[in-house]
Design a protein around this ligand. Structure first.
Ligand SMILES: CC(C)(COP(=O)(O)OP(=O)(O)OC[C@H]1O[C@@H](n2cnc3c(N)ncnc32)[C@H](O)[C@@H]1OP(=O)(O)O)[C@@H](O)C(=O)NCCC(=O)NCCS
Length: 154
C-alpha cells in the first residue's frame, strides 16, 4: 500500500527493505553499532507498522519500525533518516503515518526512548510535541533513558 507524502512515498517496509536497511546501517546511524536493535521481528511480526520513505530512485531515505503494545501504547522503536536527507521533514512524516496506523489499531498514546546523549533525537521528539523525561536505570543499572510520550486525543 502506498501513502502519498509531500513528493515522496511512504510504504510498508518489505523484507527486502529490511535487508537493505541492515546492510547499510551506517547511512542512517553513522558509526553507532545498531545491528542488535534491528531485530528481524520488526519486519516479520510487526511489519504492518514498519514504514519506509522512498526517494525517486527507490532508495530508502528514511524508515520507522514500531508496534502497538497490548497496553494501547504505540511504540516507536527506531526511526532513521539517511544522513543526506535530514531536516527535510521526513522523520515528522513517518511519525504522522505511524500515528494514523497506531490509532487504527486502538493506540491511546505514543512512546519512544533514546539515550540522554542523543540530542538530535531529543530535539526531534520535543518538536513533535512529545514530553521528554529522563528515567534513571530505565535500561538497567546505570543506563538511564529519555522517555518520550504523547497522549492521543480522540
Ligand atoms: C532524529 C532524526 C530521526 C530526525 O529526523 P529528520 O527527518 O531530520 O527530522 P525532521 O526534519 O522531521 O525534523 C522535525 C523537527 O525536529 C527538530 N529537529 C530534527 N532534527 C534536529 C536536530 N538535529 N537538531 C535540532 N532539532 C532537530 C526540528 O524542530 C525539526 O523541525 P525544523 O527542521 O522545521 O526546524 C534524524 O536526525 C536521524 O535519523 N538521526 C539518526 C538516528 C537517530 O538518532 N534516531 C532517533 C533515535 S531512535
Amino acid at each position: 500500500m502506498w501513502y502519498p507524502a509531500g513528493g515522496m512515498l511512504i510504504e510498508r517496509a518489505t523484507t527486502a527493505d529490511y535487508v537493505a536497511i541492515v546492510d547499510s546501517l551506517a547511512d542512517y546511524w553513522g558509526g553507532r553499532d545498531m545491528r542488535a536493535q534491528h531485530h528481524a521481528m520488526f519486519i516479520h511480526e510487526f511489519g504492518d507498522t514498519a514504514l519506509v520513505l522512498r526517494d525517486d530512485d527507490g532508495g530508502i531515505a528514511a524508515y520507522l519500525f514500531g508496534f502497538v503494545a497490548p497496553t494501547g501504547v504505540g511504540y516507536i522503536h527506531l526511526v532513521g533518516v539517511r544522513a543526506d536527507s535530514r531536516r527535510d521533514g521526513l522523520g515528522r512524516r513517518l511519525y504522522g503515518e505511524f500515528e494514523t496506523l497506531a490509532r487504527r489499531r486502538g493506540a491511546t498514546a505514543l512512546k519512544a526512548i533514546t539515550a540522554p546523549t542523543n540530542h538530535a533525537s531529543i530535539a526531534f521528539h520535543r518538536a513533535l510535541g512529545m514530553s521528554a523525561d529522563e528515567v534513571a536505570d530505565y535500561s538497567g543499572t546505570g543506563h538511564s533513558r529519555i522517555v518520550f510520550s504523547r497522549q492521543l486525543s480522540e
